[in-house]
Design a binder for this molecule. Structure first.
Ligand SMILES: Cc1cc2nc3c(=O)[nH]c(=O)nc-3n(C[C@H](O)[C@H](O)[C@H](O)COP(=O)(O)OP(=O)(O)OC[C@H]3O[C@@H](n4cnc5c(N)ncnc54)[C@H](O)[C@@H]3O)c2cc1C
Ligand SMILES: Cc1cc2nc3c(=O)[nH]c(=O)nc-3n(C[C@H](O)[C@H](O)[C@H](O)COP(=O)(O)O)c2cc1C
Length: 651
């Protein structure tokens, strides 16, 4: 029995495989693939790192079984192409080398085929779904003819067999998130009038069951077939948990694991339920899996969504809510989560803060990156990066996320590191997040990095403002400047009024702000602060020059913030300029003229500016210098941590 997390650490027999623990790496569509849609060495490295971290099952994501009709994104693992087999075999081998089981997700986009394909003229894609329809955006969907239903079922079987032959241990049928199989299962989307759909659940399940039957024939007995579906679709006309339970009763015993996710991919609102945002509780979809599990007689059930804590995962299994816990983003942030948790090193786990950097870079630039883990999507570089180096004396100025990461990596490489921080503790701007509930994971990350710095034996000098003289006196070989950014203070009349507060007001458990708070600046920081202060019961007004709030937030986080603003009491004045501050409040101007928003406190959140002055002042104090993070360009944690990491490798 695992002595730390006995349930999470216990094995599970599924078909002809043995899962070594209850942690499954949920599928995450990988970054760009090779020219023919094969897995590249980088893609394989991506999975290898996760396998090394100790999860029982590593799921390769979203292989498309029928490329002519089924691709959803730009490039895909083309599972109807026998030429994919070598890269599949290489990937399965890499996962096995690290003692994990290799699974692969088999998918088809159905009526959303091509929806997210960049550089593809939508009019050239024929989309097939359960019924003829014209989607809200004008895309035409053709009812899938019966011959195509059989052809696609066969293509699932072909793909499954090819993956098995390439060395995979199990296959995952993707029937979640509104793609083809779920379009047939759902009464909201499957309004066919023939035997493949309509009111009758039996008819709606005919296609998914045909797929299962064909796949079983192809892979033979014992080879685990997993099935992923949404516990509730959370869209108009979508099915709810009651319908999901009835569907799962039909699937019970026919598949080897059922994973219960939530939502529909192509629906903005439900997307941030599928991938629970930082505003939702951890494990917010577990109740769906728990509801299904109560009715299952044969098939184990897995849950997913915002789980980042081993004690929580243990409790889910121990209390019988699910048999398996799946994690996607958490295993990006810290692939070693399973190994650390199950060997009693829980304190060393870096937790996902659900900032959505990963998904947004994937949707936008089609690369995957992680705000807190600089290695992600550079796994191969990482493997070779710690090559021998001549130890040097490195001075780092600034103990924010950039400086701390640089210090840790430089120390790991054997350098002598001195970290100078003018504050009385490490953490930089992230210390503002200490009392913000939905930012707790991000704040905890800063605290944890500080502990790592201490444990690494780095020479940390707090309460010291670095000067050129001080740095010169230390005689460093290399200097890293991570001095961050300064708050922009808008040059408006009355800015020195005592009502005016800077962001350091947030450093206090009870922020030093009156009841009526006006936030000057509705960027990401201003908007999140508004949500936080509204939650504390303050009367909050945001004044923003642009015509949108949090305009620089990433796509997914913006959706989550939209939800917050829809449900809270914050007053938003967009396209509005601050004119002056008086004893009454903030005088503003917009298209309707001038008006005053009464305020007890005016919190300035007008943005940050890179501290180039300090960089300029300090940079000549060593033979060579680098700057990282916000002092290069005011940005996000991802810039600070990744630059800190890679600069330290450059020394
Ligand atoms: C309220 C708030 C919320 C935010 N939320 C998010 C978020 O959700 N996600 C996200 O990605 N980013 C967020 N950010 C931005 C993020 O915090 C920054 O991008 C990040 O902290 C930059 O890290 P850094 O190490 O470059 O600089 P900083 O964090 O600014 O650290 C610089 C450090 O240098 C020290 N320093 C400066 N000059 C000297 C000197 N001469 N001698 C010694 N020490 C010195 C400072 O005291 C400071 O500790 C937020 C910022 C704020 C203010
Ligand atoms: C970058 C990214 C890509 C994803 N791609 C897929 C995918 O291809 N197939 C799939 O079924 N789910 C995909 N998901 C959803 C995850 O498997 C998981 O259900 C979701 O992220 C919630 O779990 P988490 O909170 O542990 O991240 C993806 C998630 C992320 C963050």
């Amino acid at each position: 029995m695992n002595k730390y997390y006995p349930h999470l650490g216990s094995s599970l027999r599924v078909g002809n495989v043995l899962l070594k623990n209850r942690i499954v790496n949920a599928p995450m569509a990988h970054p760009e693939m090779g020219p023919n849609g094969e897995l590249t060495a980088e893609n394989i490295g991506f999975y290898g790192l996760r396998a090394k971290g100790g999860a029982a099952v590593i799921t390769v994501s979203e292989g498309i079984v029928h490329m002519a009709t089924g691709r959803s994104h730009t490039k895909h693992l083309a599972l109807d192409n026998p030429m994919e087999r070598p890269s599949l075999a290489e990937c399965a081998r890499e996962i096995h080398y690290h003692n994990a089981l290799a699974s692969i997700e088999l998918s088809h986009g159905g009526k959303y085929a091509g929806a997210r394909a960049h550089g593809v003229d939508p009019s050239t894609v024929t989309r097939y779904g359960p019924i003829n329809e014209v989607m809200a955006d004008g895309r035409v969907v053709t009812e899938m003819p019966e011959e195509l239903i059989y052809e696609i079922a066969d293509s699932f079987a072909y793909a499954a067999k090819m993956c098995k032959d390439a060395g995979f241990d199990m296959v995952l049928l993707h029937a979640a998130h509104g793609w083809l199989l779920s379009q047939f299962m759902s009464p909201g989307t499957n309004k066919r009038t023939d035997k493949w759909g309509g009111e009758s659940r039996e008819n709606r399940m005919r296609f998914p069951l045909l797929v299962i039957e064909k796949v079983r024939e192809a892979v033979g007995p014992g080879f685990p077939i997993e099935y992923r579906m949404s516990g509730a679709e959370y869209v108009e006309d979508g099915y709810d948990i009651e319908e999901c339970i009835e569907i799962c009763k039909i699937l019970d015993g026919k598949v080897d694991i059922i994973y219960i996710s939530a939502g529909v991919h192509e629906n903005r609102d439900s997307f941030v339920i599928t991938h629970p945002s930082m505003f939702l509780p951890h494990g917010s979809n577990v109740h769906l899996a728990a509801a299904v599990k109560k009715h299952m007689k044969h098939t184990p059930v897995g849950c997913v969504g915002g789980i980042n804590d081993p004690a929580h995962a243990e409790e889910i299994i121990a209390s019988g809510q699910a048999d398996l816990v799946c994690m996607a983003r958490q295993l990006l942030v810290d692939p070693d989560f399973p190994k650390k948790a199950l060997s009693g090193r829980t304190d060393e786990i870096t937790k996902c803060c659900r900032c959505f950097n990963c998904f947004s870079t994937f949707l936008g630039n089609r690369v995957t990156s992680c705000a807190l883990n600089p290695v992600i999507s550079r796994e191969l570089d990482h493997r070779y990066s710690f090559c021998p180096t001549t130890p040097k004396k490195v001075v780092i100025v600034g103990g924010g996320p950039g400086g701390m990461q640089a210090a840790l990596t430089a120390k790991d490489r054997g350098h002598e590191v001195i970290l100078i921080e003018k504050n009385d503790r490490l953490g930089g701007q992230l210390l503002c997040e200490q009392y913000v509930p939905f930012k707790k994971d991000l704040y905890d990350y800063a605290v944890q990095q500080a502990k790592r710095v201490e444990a690494a034996g780095i020479d940390v000098r707090l309460n010291i403002t670095a000067t050129a003289e001080l740095i010169e006196s230390l005689k460093p070989d290399a200097l890293i400047l991570a001095v961050g950014a300064k708050q922009i203070i808008p040059p408006i009349e009355g800015i020195d009024n005592p009502k005016v507060k800077m962001l350091d007001a947030l450093h206090h458990e009870v922020p030093e702000l009156g009841q009526k708070v006006v936030i000057l600046g509705g960027g990401l920081v201003g908007s999140e602060t508004a949500v936080y202060l509204d939650g504390l019961g303050k009367d909050v007004t945001v004044v923003e020059m642009k015509d949108d709030f949090a305009a620089e937030a990433n796509e997914m986080h913006k959706i989550a913030l939209d939800h917050q603003f829809r449900d809270n009491n914050v007053t938003l004045h967009l396209s509005t300029t601050a004119v002056k501050i008086t004893d009454e409040g903030l005088v503003c101007r917009n298209a309707d003229g001038e008006f005053t928003v009464e305020a007890d406190s005016i919190l300035i959140a007008a943005g940050m500016r890179a501290d180039w002055d300090t960089v300029e002042e300090l940079r000549y104090a060593a033979p060579w210098y680098w700057s990282v993070g916000d002092c290069v360009k005011a940005g996000k944690v991802v810039d600070a941590t990744s630059q800190g990491y890679y600069i330290a490798l450059d020394i």
